[in-house]
Design a protein around this ligand. Structure first.
Ligand code: FAD
Ligand code: NAD
Length: 483
């Protein structure tokens, strides 16, 4: 005998838990299978994002930013603070509290919406059945008319740097250092490397980031990436490009472990010694043990579960969302895929606009973008126009003494429709959403230029960048011919 549901979701990260809540809202009898447990052996909801990803990393970024600001910036405002000290244990405790509050909130939402939580590792069987093996090793089978797979992703490890206790760690270990390392090596100058490198650098670590590629932030518009590298280097991040780690060795120095990293760059082989090393070279889909041989779901050539634009797998009635499938590994992408699938199950025609998903790197200044980069448009030979406005000319940014960066808007050369926006600045994460909304409604740069923006706000930089597309920003000298 097996329990029967309308929908079973496997994985309770932002893809899975949002899908489960939306299914329940739509009147479907829904269960969510999650293998992680807390100290009391109760299911731990929220996935990577809430437990070891977005939320704890942002908690540390915010704490370390306030500390760095207090030490380095407040004097500029005439606020004199002496003997600023730092309590790492308190920072970690605060982070833990935020995570507990949010993950507990998901349990409450499940209860309120009538979603059944099933503790255990789920494995998809043929015939839309899921075998659930709980923490005690006991298995049971549940079945449903629809299955949503949402088991997320895990860090990639590389042979030269196998993880080692709290010395060579992945992003999870890097969220839990009990002391600020004196010298911290980071492998990979991607999103995690820059965010977690920034956290520990602000708290006093000497941070060296070793990146295999010769381009810094290749996925980012290169005008913005160059500015980002300049600011981050000025803050103390030592970013070494075209450098490939080939070996690591752990030695003891008076009881303290040291990692000797061997890497090669254009000058040959080099060695550096660190107290801690973070491996942040990307993540891979988590499908280990998820699929029985005859379940009918296939993987693509990169190991992601193969799905179409609507997140349907090759097995009818089985869907997959989030980091487990193609597309950017972002919490908001996972959640919106979950919503789309839930709504399509009840017959709605919901779609996701994959061309309009914002990306953000939460350094300071923040880096945020949506749509096409200028580099992509140059390469494809498309006709485009660009408007740039620097925060240095924005009154509110000056008032806050936070003037790094710019807003760059790219519009179609003929139709003026906005096709990309790239922001580096203190509030880039929130500003980019204005252009995401504009792009969803098919706005032109002129539309944004004709709107009234509150004064004084950093949003005015978005307004001015839109005006700059046709050469008539008010607060900078325009070089373009005015129309
Ligand atoms: P996950 O969140 O990985 O959840 C998958 C869940 O499935 C987990 O709870 C797992 O235990 C469970 N599971 C796995 N296998 C099974 C099984 N067989 N049976 C039952 N349960 C199973 N994204 C952003 O958008 N913004 C950010 O600021 C951001 N910061 C990040 C910072 C860090 C340090 C990291 C590591 C990631 C960050 N991300 C961020 C990425 C984001 O966390 C992921 O894109 C997001 O969590 C993916 O959601 P998901 O639901 O697909 O998978
Ligand atoms: P990433 O893909 O962003 O960056 C990995 C970097 O490591 C790349 O620059 C790559 O060239 C480099 N690299 C790979 N192998 C290397 C090697 N052997 N030696 C040196 N460098 C090497 O991956 P990540 O930073 O690990 O993040 C993983 C995922 O998590 C990302 O896809 C991201 O979407 C997500 N994430 C998002 C956020 C956010 O939205 N703010 C924050 C953290 C993580």
């Amino acid at each position: 005998m097996s329990d029967k549901y309308d929908v079973i979701v496997v994985g309770a990260g932002p893809g899975g838990y949002v899908a489960a809540i939306r299914c329940a809202q739509l009147g479907l009898k829904t269960a969510c299978v999650e293998k992680w447990v807390d100290k009391k052996k109760k299911p731990l909801l929220g996935g990577t994002c809430l437990n070891i990803g977005c939320i704890p990393s942002k908690a540390l970024l915010d704490t370390s930013h306030k500390y760095a600001d207090t030490k380095n910036e407040l004097a500029e405002h005439g606020i004199l603070v002496e003997d600023v000290t730092f309590d790492t244990a308190k920072m970690l405790e605060r982070k833990k509290g935020i995570v507990a509050k949010l993950t507990g909130g998901i349990s409450a939402l499940f209860k309120a919406n009538g979603v059944t939580t099933l503790q255990g590792a789920g494995q998809l069987q043929a015939g839309k059945k899921v075998e659930v093996t709980d923490i005690n090793g006991e298995s049971s089978t549940v079945e449903a008319d629809h299955i949503i797979l949402a088991t997320g992703s895990v860090p990639i490890d590389i042979p030269p740097t196998p993880l080692q206790d709290d010395v060579i760690v992945d992003s999870t270990g890097a969220l839990n250092f009990e002391h600020v390392p004196k010298r911290l090596g980071v492998i990979g100058a991607g999103v995690i490397g820059l965010e977690l490198g920034s956290v520990w650098s602000r708290l006093g670590a000497q941070v060296v980031i070793i990146e295999a590629l010769d381009t810094f932030l290749g996925m980012v518009d290169q005008q913005i990436a160059k500015d980002a590298k300049r600011h981050l280097t000025k803050q103390g991040l030592d970013i070494r490009l075209s450098a490939r780690v080939v070996d690591s060795k752990i030695t003891k120095n008076g009881g303290e472990s040291q990692v000797i990293l061997k890497y090669t760059d254009a000058d040959g082989e080099k060695e550096e010694s660190f107290d801690k090393v973070i491996v942040a070279v990307g993540r891979k889909p988590m499908s280990d043990g998820l699929l029985s041989k005859d379940c009918g779901v296939n993987l693509d050539e990169r190991g992601f579960i193969f799905v179409n634009d609507y997140c349907e797998t090759d097995a009818p009635g089985v869907y997959a969302v989030g980091d487990l499938v193609r597309g950017p590994m972002l919490a908001h992408k996972a959640s919106e895929e979950g919503v789309m699938v839930a709504e399509r199950i009840v017959g709605k025609k919901t779609q996701l606009n994959y061309d309009n998903i914002p990306s953000i790197i939460y350094t300071h200044p923040e880096i945020a973008w949506v749509g096409k980069t200028e580099d992509q448009l140059k390469a494809s030979g498309d006709n485009y126009k660009v408007g740039v406005f620097p925060f240095a000319a924005n009154g509110r940014a000056l008032a806050a003494n936070d003037t790094a960066g710019m807003v760059k808007i790219i519009a179609d050369g003929e139709t003026d429709r906005i096709i990309g926006c790239h922001i580096i600045g203190a509030s880039a994460a929130d500003l980019i959403q204005q252009i995401v909304i504009a792009m969803e409604f098919g706005s032109s740069a002129e539309d944004i230029g004709l709107m009234v923006f509150g004064h004084p706000t950093v949003s005015e930089a978005v307004h001015e960048a839109a005006l700059a597309v046709d050469g008539h920003a008010i607060h900078i000298a325009n070089r373009k011919k005015r129309k």
